[in-house]
Design a binder for this molecule. Structure first.
Ligand code: GAL
Length: 683
């Protein structure tokens, strides 16, 4: 009989390991994987277009319900929404039921998407309110980074209440954790301006004959600079030391003025066409507005400081000009700060500023003393959006008051006007839903035409900015009521993570963009800004450096008014770099006034091309996707038929002559902004 061989120790261990693995394996088949619920993760990293992420309930704080099916657990969010989850290979599976929540008060349309390590692993297709929940069931073994996305399905985010119901990870290793949006290093792309003078600013400038005229020649370069001008109308004077042109706008006509700036490093010249006629804002207005930095904390002192910094930071040297107060400079019937509460008007009906604004005229004078312009704000309704005095039933007096005080720009914000529109009395209980266009156009245009006509009668050039969030296709009639620019949508402060979508929507109205008539997609909110949702104190903005370059590039290509609306006292080098590249600004200020056209639009990338007055083209290649993407611009898409000089505007670098296409790998949310100047083909 052969005795069984004794097992060697090594073999014995192997058997034990095998058994252990078998047991563990069986365990996993059964209940070995741990369930980690999405709703138990840190949702402060979830970015969404509206409201706050909700745990185990929908965005309106009601039970998660998709097409009548109620879910006990999950996350309620709102398009557009992104959540990055680090898996580090520890997750086996992700499952969920997704859909639009039933409690949305209107029809929402969204797309749920999941990307694992950059690859799309789930796409729900367009889901609407009432679409039954769709199951997500993903094998994620070995995956490192997951992205949960809710897109707006291309029609804006209204009612896009999106539920990740029953969402959970089956985990066998490292637990999943949410991480902030990936960001990149803030690289200053633009070389610093040299010491020799460079004259910037618009090439064409509109004014009304006989009105006060003020224009500070935007000029970079080491001071002292001596300015001179040839062809300046007699009614105007140029201060040789400051470069400020002041006086009275000349008689109707066109004046070609050659501006000259000289310092010890060199001389610059530039032609400025002054057109005295009916149209102001022949190029998009540029400046600063206090809203997104200071909300109802704004004071006269802060306004003056902003004017000082517009000069000292160099912003005025590239064309920023208006220093605009927004809401909350007047008195309010009630407010938590007693210094802002009081009688709204004096015995004559003249508006009374609140205690933080001792004298509105002196404030405008101060801004003018720097060669800059002053802007003011009010609503056609009884009260402004923040509950301060409005112009309702005082329009003529207010227009005159703003002119008397010396303001050069008026933002007229719809706010409470719905309550009095169409002859209603304030307090009428039923506020109609004007945005649905249920009333005739006249209801929308009436208050704006009233003020527009009044502004034209003032002996002062006042640029007129409509703010009514794009209702009744304002771009179609804004110019006819005397406006120079109009907001095309709601407050961008609530939609900062939708810069690309907002811009693409705004660019749809490009046919209405022309000198004196600008689509306004709202302010530039980079650097330090307050959170629009809570009106909080300024903090670093949530946009990544690439997003900031894209933002500014889009505004430049769309000929949008460029108003910086961050904290001027906290401007850093990177923010100034994004705001102050004169070659980028020149695209914005181009005299043709064209808004760029969008083409080659796909899920990730698109191109925007704008014709410029000198026959060259400005072109932006954008990546709105979450991962790097290739993009190409074939010359015919840019309207080019032959070779062109290619210049990278952010880097201010010539890239040589090419016959296209231009190809680039764009980082997440990044841009390449080019100027393409046709050259004659070599014979
Ligand atoms: C909003 C407007 C903002 C800001 C605010 C002031 O309606 O869109 O830009 O002006 O009111 O209360």
């Amino acid at each position: 009989m052969i005795e069984p061989k004794a097992q060697s120790p090594l073999r014995a261990r192997t058997t034990i390991h095998f058994l252990t693995l078998l047991i563990l394996g069986l365990g996993f088949q059964g209940s070995g994987a741990e369930t980690v619920w999405l709703d138990s993760l840190d949702l402060s990293n979830l970015r969404q277009g509206w409201g706050r992420p909700q745990v185990n309930r929908a965005i309106r704080e009601t039970p998660l319900t998709i097409a009548g099916k109620v879910f006990a657990r999950g996350v309620g969010t709102h398009a557009t929404s992104t959540l990055w989850v680090q898996l580090d290979g520890g997750t086996e599976r992700f499952t969920a039921n997704v859909g639009v929540d039933d409690a949305a008060a209107g029809p929402g349309t969204v797309i749920f998407r999941v990307l694992a390590d950059g690859r799309r692993v789930f796409d729900s297709g367009v889901m609407k309110t009432g679409t039954p929940p769709k199951a997500v069931n993903l094998d994620l073994r070995g995956r490192k980074l997951l992205l949960l996305q809710v897109l707006d399905a291309g029609d804006g985010i209204a009612f896009d209440h999106a539920n990740w119901a029953d969402a959970r990870f089956e985990v066998t290793g490292v637990k999943p954790k949410t991480v902030p949006v990936p960001t990149e290093e803030a690289v200053i792309l633009t070389p610093r301006p040299g010491p020799a003078p460079r004259i910037n600013g618009p090439k064409v400038y509109g004014c009304r004959p006989g009105n006060p005229f003020l224009y500070r020649i935007p000029t970079q370069g080491e001071r002292p600079i001596t300015f001179s001008a040839k062809g300046l109308p007699k009614s105007l004077n140029l201060d040789a030391n400051t470069g400020i042109i002041a006086g009275q706008a000349p008689l109707r006509g066109e004046y070609e003025v050659t501006l000259r700036a000289k310092n010890r490093h060199g001389t610059a010249t530039r032609t400025l066409r002054i057109i005295a006629g009916d149209t102001l804002a022949l190029t998009p207005p540029m400046g600063w507005n206090h809203w997104y930095a200071h909300y109802d904390r704004i004071t006269d002192t802060m306004m003056r400081e902003a004017a000082d910094i517009m000069i000292s930071s160099g912003m005025a040297d590239v064309g920023y000009q208006y220093v605009n107060v927004d809401d909350c400079w007047m008195m309010a019937p009630k407010h938590n700060d007693p210094l802002r509460v009081g009688r709204l008007r004096d015995a004559q009906g003249v508006l009374l500023p609140n205690k933080y604004f001792p004298d509105m005229k002196l404030l405008a004078d101060y801004i003018h003393s720097k060669g800059l312009k002053a802007g003011i704000y009010i609503s056609p309704g009884p009260l402004t959006c923040a509950g301060f005095a409005g112009s309702w039933q005082h329009e003529a007096l207010d227009a005159k008051t703003f002119a008397d005080w010396g303001y050069d720009f008026l933002k007229y914000d719809w706010c409470s006007y719905s309550r009095v529109a169409d002859g209603r009395e304030p307090g009428a209980d039923q506020v109609p839903n004007w945005a649905q266009g249920e009333r005739r156009l006249e209801v929308y245009t009436h208050p704006y035409k009233l003020m527009g006509d009044l502004l034209k009668q003032q002996p002062r050039d006042i640029v007129y900015n409509l703010c009514q969030y794009g209702m009744a296709n304002v771009w179609e009639w804004g110019e006819a009521v005397g406006a120079h620019c109009w907001r095309t949508a709601g407050d961008l402060g609530f939609e900062l993570d939708r810069i690309f979508e907002v811009a693409l929507k705004n660019a749809e109205h490009r046919a209405w963009s022309r000198p004196g008539a600008w689509n306004d997609p709202d302010y530039i909110q980079i650097g330090w800004i307050g959170n629009a949702r809570g009106g909080g104190l300024p903090q670093p903005c949530p946009l990544t450096p690439n997003e900031q370059y894209s933002y500014m590039s889009l505004w430049a290509l769309m000929a949008a008014p460029i108003f910086y609306s961050g904290d001027m006292t906290k401007l850093d080098d990177f923010t100034l770099n994004v705001l102050c590249n004169p070659e980028v600004i020149e695209v914005n200020q181009d005299p043709l006034g064209q808004c760029g056209a969008v083409s080659i639009l796909n899920d990730q990338t698109f191109v925007m091309v704008k014709d410029l007055e000198d026959g060259s083209k400005a072109a932006g290649l954008f990546n709105r996707g979450e991962f790097p993407a290739e993009a190409a611009l074939p010359w015919p898409v840019a309207g080019l038929t032959g070779p062109a000089k290619v210049r990278d505007l952010w880097r201010q670098q010539d890239l040589g002559v090419s016959s296209g296409p231009y190809r680039a790998t764009l980082p997440r949310h990044g841009v390449v902004l080019l100027r393409l100047t046709p050259v004659r083909a070599a014979k």
